[in-house]
Write a protein that binds this ligand. Structure first.
Ligand code: G4P
Length: 284
């Protein structure tokens, strides 16, 4: 399948990041815990190279808890600060403040030596579309915080959200686009729903997903669709046939409706109904 993105917006978003990065002490990078590498854009390493970095493994509630631990270790070993969070429920967000202090201790110390008191750490939230940036800003900033108004040098219209005396957040997240280094990356992003479904061939996508689940999360998959193992190896096609039967996905007459079954399986996966599943794993 040929995976596409919306290239028109890319340059504008990158420019916004470049314009604002000099004002920033800390980059809070959100990645999707189900695909922590495929949901990153390597440009961020260049853009934020002299900044402290906090990586948030968001949607960790949908990802395999064992693999979340592996990814935590992986990013720590790369020298990043990292936390597992659920922006939707707010789980894990309390630990951020302490981690920010730790990540920015050099800046805080520098300020202190220069006699600068109470200058908050300024942070920007970045990530690819749909990774949870807006949800995170809303949950983290809550309703209690105040906008501090425009500051010189900040792109017109940009505002800082003052979270407390130690931390300010740029209210507009930096949108990055994933790099389609390989078809596999595109495929994983399609599976988690970070691409326009209209351009996807659902039956093919569901087939690839089921093939992966059969080898990595077999009991979750078979349990969800009440499929019994009967000795010989199950194929993705057989799984889809059973899903059609068990979920009554038929066209007029008794013809199986594979498109409907495919959409159902993909949606069940995206919403976590098949289980907590991660699509890529570091050596750990
Ligand atoms: P973006 O700004 O980066 O583009 O992402 P956004 O916050 O719009 O979030 C995209 C979707 O991901 C939203 O779902 C949001 O609720 C969901 N989401 C964000 N963080 C988490 C998380 O930690 N766990 C889970 N399970 N979901 C998360 P949606 O279906 O578009 O909207 P809604 O139906 O949830 O309102």
């Amino acid at each position: 399948m040929n995976y596409q993105w919306y290239p028109g917006h890319m340059t504008k978003a990158k420019r916004m990041m470049q314009e604002n990065i000099s004002l920033i002490d800390l980059v809070i990078e959100l990645v999707d815990a189900r695909v922590p590498l495929s949901s990153r854009n390597p440009d961020i390493d260049e853009l934020g190279k002299n900044k402290s970095r906090l990586i948030l493994l968001n949607k960790s509630d949908l990802a395999d808890p064992r693999v979340n631990q592996c990814w935590m270790k992986y990013f720590k070993e790369k020298g990043f600060y990292v936390l597992e969070v659920n922006a939707k429920t707010g789980q894990g967000l309390k630990a951020i403040q302490g981690m920010v202090r730790e990540a920015c201790k050099e800046k805080i110390e520098r300020d202190r030596k220069r006699g600068i008191k109470n200058r908050p750490v300024r942070a920007i939230v970045v990530g690819i579309p749909n990774v949870g940036k807006s949800t995170f800003i809303n949950s983290f900033a809550g309703k209690a915080c105040t906008k501090t108004g425009n500051k010189p040098g900040v792109t017109k219209g940009k505002q800082w959200i003052r979270l407390n005396k130690e931390l300010e957040l740029l209210d507009t997240p930096g949108i990055l686009w994933p790099k389609f280094e390989s078809e596999e990356v595109g495929q994983k992003l399609a599976m988690i729903g970070s691409m326009n479904d209209e351009i996807l061939q659902m039956t093919e996508l569901a087939g690839d997903l089921v093939t992966y689940l059969l080898s990595h999360y077999r009991s979750d998959l078979l349990g969800r669709y009440q499929i019994a193992e009967e000795g010989q190896a199950l194929t993705a096609q057989q799984v889809m046939e059973t899903v059609c039967e068990n979920r009554k996905c038929y066209k007029k007459g008794q013809e199986p409706d594979y498109e409907k079954a495919a959409a159902l399986v993909v949606e069940d996966f995206r919403s976590g109904r098949i289980g907590r599943i991660t699509l890529e794993e570091p050596a750990c």
